[in-house]
Structures are given as C-alpha cells and as structure tokens.
Design a protein. Structure first.
Length: 445
C-alpha cells in the first residue's frame, strides 16, 4: 500500500475521495472506442428472399487485424477494474465490512441495470414477433443485441473473486499472478482435446488481467522508470507476436476474445504499461474542469451506456431495413461516410435511455451498508450464473433472455435489492456504516 499512498497526491487518486481521475478518463475513452467500434461492425442485410443476415464489416477489412491489437481495450477494462475493485474492498474492510457485503454490492451494481435491459428486450422482441416480424429475424436480433452480456458475466465473475484474490495478493502478489497465468496456459493447452474447458478462461484470463490491476494499485508499476515501462510493453508485444507468428494463436484479437486466451493477458500487460507511461498526460487532462464534469456524468451511467448501446444499434439498424431509406452496401464508400450519422443517432438514443435507466446504477451506492448473509450472497451468485452457463452451452436466444431476466430478478430479491418501505424503528447498528457509498458498489467505476 505504500506505493499507492505516495501516488495519491501527485499521480494517483485524490486522497479526499479515493477517485483517480486518470483511471476515469481511461475508462471513458475505452467505452467510447467500444461504442464507435460496434457501430462499424453491425451491418444487417435484407436478402431478396426475405431472410436477414448480419455482416461484421469492420472485421473483414484487410487492415483490421493489426489495428485491433491497438483498439482491443477489453483487457484495459479489467486492469482498471482491478485497481478500483481492490481499493473498494480495502475501504470496506477498514470499515468492518464483509465479503458477503462486497459481493452483494457488486451483484446489485451490475445485475439491476442488466435486468431492466433484459426485460425491455424480451418485451420488445415478443411484440415484434406478434407484429409479424420473422422469428429468424427476432432470434438474430436477440443474439446480437445481447452480446454485451458476455462481458458483463466475465467482469462480474472477476469482481466477485476480489476478496479471495486480494487475500492471495496480500500474501504473495507475484505468485498469485503467476498461478493465474499458469492456469490460463494450462487451459489453452488442453482446449484442443476438451473444447468445453476453454470457457474456464472466461474466469482465469480476466482474473489474471485484474490481478495486474492489483499490482498497479499498490504502485508496483508506477515505481518503474519510463524506460522500464517501455521495455515491459515491448516485451509483451514481442511475446504476443511470437505466439501468434508461430500459429499457436490467431493474430485476430476479436477471435481471441471469446473464449479468451493468453493473448488477452499479454495485451493487458502492454496496455497497463502504456497507461502508466501516459499518466503524466492523463492526470492534467482529467483535471480540466469540463473534463471532470463529463467524466462524473458519464461515469455514473457507464454500465447503462455499455449494456444498451448494442441493443439500440441493432434495433435502429433493423428498423432501417423496413424503411425505403437509401442504405449503401456494407463496406462501400457511402457506408463508411454514413458512420458518423449512425454514431450521432446512437448517442441521441442513448441520452434518454441513460436518463431513464441510469439511476439503477446508483441504487446500491446510495444505500447504507447492508447486513448480507453469506448464504444469501452465495445463492444469488449461483442464480445469476445459471443462464450464463446455459448461454455458453446453447447460445443466446429469446427464451434464454427471458430466463435470464427471471433469474436476475430472483437474485435481486435474495439480496434485498428492491427498495421496501419500512417503519422507522429507531437507529440500528450497521456493519461498515457508510461503506456502501461510492466504495463497495462501483462495478465498472
């Protein structure tokens, strides 16, 4: 913790609230890149026979593979999540909080917004089916629009393991990282013989990348010189180039994403080094008044934006297929010139959605510390991941989205996440009083 505290005044979090404006800025840029990238990927095509298919226009470009090495920012999400997650867990522990409280807050922070999304998607797609939209189109939209839930499941799995991984990190930080990396490599070696085993890396890879964030939170990387950070980034990319050049992994990071493998961990090392190198620029940039306001506004709705941007994009693209509006062929010059209009339209659609549903991200952070039994937290975790496991085995479908909404609702009930008015019976003792605000429930914050 010594390294982290030294950074607090100069290059790290504001000691008054524990926030690191540079991390907030990195997250905002990553989220913007994801939204822009997806707007260049979703290309539904209506064929003369009435069938609809989707094309990933960006992924078929000749220049895509080398560019995605730079813009595949998912590892950086988990690095920053490790930094803030470890800090939140430590603050909660200092106030007397428990692992069950931490798990409850993390679950509610992400499951509440996801439940609202699933409910609206199921209702909207069912109505589309009743209005005569072909079931194949409905299924296609359900599978495409629900893709952000894969990230949510992986991120949630990593965050829920923070109490255990933080204990390992406190005893032997580098050994904990080495152990997780070894598990990643072991799964990669066995995935050819046991393909189902590859999904274990949805936990191992992202927990290993998150562990990099733990090391960064304790100042291990900030103590490196600039030449040391450059050397670390170069070494990670050289190893990445070696394993892809030898054909052990594909060079397409989009393919490597699901299920993830060692290449994403190596990318996370490189991105963490780059973030530390850029910190002298990031900190003053994030301290500009209007930037701080933008980050505070966007940060409070970041999960809502992430969850809703792809369903809105898919819905908007689907509706355009039914209109006589001119639609340039995917990948043509006209299609590329239309992307700014698509992005602007998506942002306009996201504004009212963020206003309507963004408050669900605030509910857990606004509540006082809650006495959560370990059995309730454990049961809620199992219920949440039941539809996730089914999706990994059977794929996404409208029925699975409905089952997910039901399971998520049950989990929220188990955790007491729905507000219930009670008579005031006087002050009650609370474990970790005040720990529920801002610290224990900042999911992607």
């Amino acid at each position: 913790m010594g390294g982290a505290s030294k950074r607090g005044t100069a290059n790290g979090p504001d000691p008054a609230d524990g926030r690191d404006p540079a991390i907030d800025l990195v997250r905002f840029v990553c989220l913007a890149l994801v939204v822009v990238g997806h707007s260049m990927m979703v290309s539904p095509v209506l064929h003369p026979d009435g069938t609809v298919t989707t094309e990933n226009t960006l992924a078929v470009q000749d220049w895509f593979v080398p560019v995605i090495w730079i813009f595949m920012v998912m590892p950086l999400f988990f690095v920053t999540g490790g930094i803030t997650g470890l800090q939140s867990w430590r603050r909660l522990r200092e106030k007397g909080g428990t692992a069950a409280q931490f798990i409850r807050a993390r679950l509610l922070r992400m499951v509440l917004p996801a439940t609202a999304l699933l409910a609206v998607m199921v209702l909207g797609l069912e109505i589309a089916g009743l209005l005569g939209v072909d079931r194949q189109v409905v299924q296609l939209m359900a599978a495409g629009a629900a893709m952000p839930l894969w990230f949510l499941a992986a991120y949630l799995a990593a965050q829920l393991n923070i109490p255990v991984l933080a204990a390992l990190h406190a005893r032997a930080p580098w050994l904990a990282l080495a152990l997780l990396t070894a598990l990643v490599v072991a799964v990669d070696c066995l995935r050819g013989a046991l393909p189902v085993l590859s999904y274990a890396n949805l936990v191992f890879v992202w927990c290993a990348v998150q562990q990099l964030g733990f090391l960064a939170a304790d100042g291990h990387f900030s103590r490196l010189s600039r030449s040391g950070l450059v050397g670390l980034a170069v070494a990670a990319n050289l190893v990445l180039g070696l394993v892809t050049g030898l054909g052990l992994y594909t060079g397409n990071m989009l393919v490597n994403l699901n299920p993830p493998n060692l290449t994403l961990f190596l990318l996370g090392v490189s991105q963490l080094a780059a973030m530390e190198l850029a910190r002298p620029v990031l900190v003053p940039m994030a301290s500009v008044q209007w930037v701080r306001r933008l980050l505070a506004l966007a940060g409070g709705r970041s999960l809502t934006v992430y969850l809703w941007h792809l369903p809105l994009l898919v819905g908007m693209s689907g509706l355009l297929l039914l209109t006589p509006v001119y639609k340039p062929a995917a990948g043509s010059a006209g299609w590329w010139w239309s992307r700014p209009v698509v992005i602007l339209s998506l942002v306009i659609l996201l504004l009212p959605v963020a206003l309507a549903f963004g408050r669900l991200e605030e509910r857990p952070t606004a509540a006082h510390a809650y006495r959560c039994r370990p059995a309730s937290a454990g049961a809620a975790v199992v219920v949440v991941f039941l539809p996730v496991a089914d999706a990994a085995l059977s794929g996404l479908s409208l029925g699975l989205l409905a089952a997910g909404a039901l399971c998520f609702t049950v989990a929220i009930l188990l955790l007491g996440g729905f507000p219930v008015r009670r008579r005031d019976r006087g002050p009650r003792p609370a474990v970790g009083r005040g720990g529920g605000h801002g610290g224990i429930a900042s999911g992607v914050k």
